[in-house]
Write a protein that binds this ligand. Sequence first.
Ligand code: NAP
Length: 277
Amino acid sequence: MSDRYAVFGNPVAHSRSPAIHAAFARETGQDIDYGRVLAPLDGFAAAVDAFRRDGGRGANVTLPFKREAWQLATACSARAASAEAVNTLRFDADGGIFGDNTDGVGLVRDIEVNLGQPLAGARVLMLGAGGAAAGVVLPLVEAGVRLLHVANRTAARAEALAARHAGAPVSGGSLAAIDGEFDLVVNATSASLGAEAPSIGRARLVPGGLCYDMMYSAEPSAFLVEAARGGARIADGIGMLVEQAAESFFLWRGVRPGTASLLAGLAQPWRGSRLGR
Ligand code: NAP
């Protein structure tokens, strides 16, 4: 029988993880079965437990359960501990549940490898201080960014996130107070879901700079349209999605799938370009 995995979320019907992991399994010759589990909002731990007892080997976790997954794990990676959120669970033979957060390494690989934008020495502005933002701070710092400024609608949340990384070049503040020159701007807010572009205050992007929206979509988000108008190179989060999945697959199977051809098939033609230039 195939080894079973699933993505847990609520809602979860939209998730592209089953198709991505099926493609990885075909490419690497791994025998896995990957499904979706719609967990009740008050029943995540019970749903995971039932899946595990039924022979499940691991899981991905999406909104709104990433923090609960971190609490459920009996051991976790440094990047999951730093994020206080888990998107990957591995059920070990001794009954342990290992938790990891692969979102950050997914973002870093997408930016550096797929988009060819170096992070070492980069000045990075990140908009948003929710779960996704928290998951990428440590990997961005480890990639050697010169500075990372986190700006959020609720400034206190950005300040608290920065304070968790004392000693690293991470600062926090409000959207209104953004100022300075950046090589990369990452939109980690959910504003794009409502077709809104969060303010970037008085931020200036260097020529050749990249604006990245973690949300992925067929058309560029309002944030990316505005960025392209200002001359920026733009990318959505489909590459982050594929790369975080590859890292989860590696954690479960010990085999790293290739991502280039899958991503080429999923990415929109405007990804990585300067619109209309
Ligand atoms: P979350 O925990 O709910 O956080 C939402 C963040 O967006 C908060 O910082 C919130 O600010 C801010 N926000 C919401 N509406 C806003 C608006 N109208 N203007 C300005 N800021 C606004 O959500 P999340 O899990 O971090 O997800 C954020 C985004 O990342 C989503 O679009 C999600 O789809 C995407 N994501 C993509 C991937 C991928 O693999 N590509 C992975 C994870 C997440 P306040 O604190 O002030 O409320």
